[in-house]
Design a protein around this ligand. Structure first.
Ligand SMILES: N[C@@H](CCC(=O)N[C@@H](CS)C(=O)NCC(=O)O)C(=O)O
Length: 236
């Protein structure tokens, strides 16, 4: 779709009839996020942050890349990869082409003015939550690719295990205004809940925080658009 922007500038040189200058801009000037569509995985942190802040449709998602492990992916042809041969990648006007999910999150938060007016203390809390979400992602990745996935997933969700440790550690630290870090942390919680639906039951404050985020319309849209869990609970 094209939007026609009229310029108030009329060209009058050489005594010619004034001409209305038209500048034609396209929706393709939106930033484009290159990542597999429909999968709740690394993109979830960005989507939760944009969704909660009503910016989900301010980017284009290009999600039809081949999957790693296929010859098409190995060829690297016909789609974009990061400098490290990975996804996600964000492309934007001005020759912007950046990899690293965290860099893309920061770039779009800056571009869309999300969380830019936080106090220094709240900024610190938000950053901590972003990193904690990343640690949860790495924990899930390690268990997912463990020698016996069922065993390693059982271990992380076990009583006294690493998931319980994180939830207990943050039980008193998810309050206040919802900053980008809160959105990323809620996205990580969503990945946990998809694997173990009752995993928040012993942490009432985190559960209440999670439910509040889930009630947001933008977050509901993200979940609808990403129905497939990347991480699996069992080996088969
Ligand atoms: N540090 C990078 C890691 C990106 C990453 O691991 N991407 C995975 C998919 S989630 C990938 O492209 N895997 C395919 C490959 O490495 O060949 C980030 O945070 O964006």
């Amino acid at each position: 779709m094209h939007t026609i922007h009229t310029s108030p500038f009329f060209h009058t040189s050489n005594n010619r009839t004034p001409q209305l200058h038209l500048l034609i801009m396209s929706d393709t000037t939106k930033p484009t996020y290159h990542y597999w569509a429909g999968v709740a995985s690394r993109g979830h942190y960005l989507f939760y942050t944009l969704g909660y802040n009503g910016k989900l449709d301010d980017i284009i998602v290009k999600g039809d890349q081949p999957y790693p492990g296929t010859p098409e992916w190995a060829s690297g042809e016909g789609f974009i990869q990061s400098k490290m041969g990975q996804l996600p990648v964000l492309t934007d006007e001005g020759d912007v082409s950046i990899g690293q999910g965290r860099a893309i999150l920061n770039y779009l938060c800056k571009k869309f003015s999300i969380g830019q007016d936080l106090s220094l203390a709240d900024y610190g809390k938000s950053e901590e939550l972003v990193e904690q979400a990343n640690d949860i992602h790495n924990l899930l990745g390690k268990a997912h690719y463990g020698a016996d996935r069922t065993v390693s997933m059982n271990e992380i969700f076990a009583s006294g295990g690493p998931v319980e440790k994180v939830l207990n550690a943050y039980e008193d630290h998810v309050g206040g205004a919802v900053a980008p870090g809160h959105c990323c942390f809620a996205a990580a919680l969503n990945l946990l809940v998809r694997l173990e639906p009752e995993c928040l039951a012993k942490n009432p404050k985190i559960k209440a925080f999670y439910d509040e985020i889930q009630a947001n319309e933008g977050i509901k849209t993200v979940n609808e658009r990403c129905p497939y869990p990347y991480f699996k609970r069992n080996s088969n």
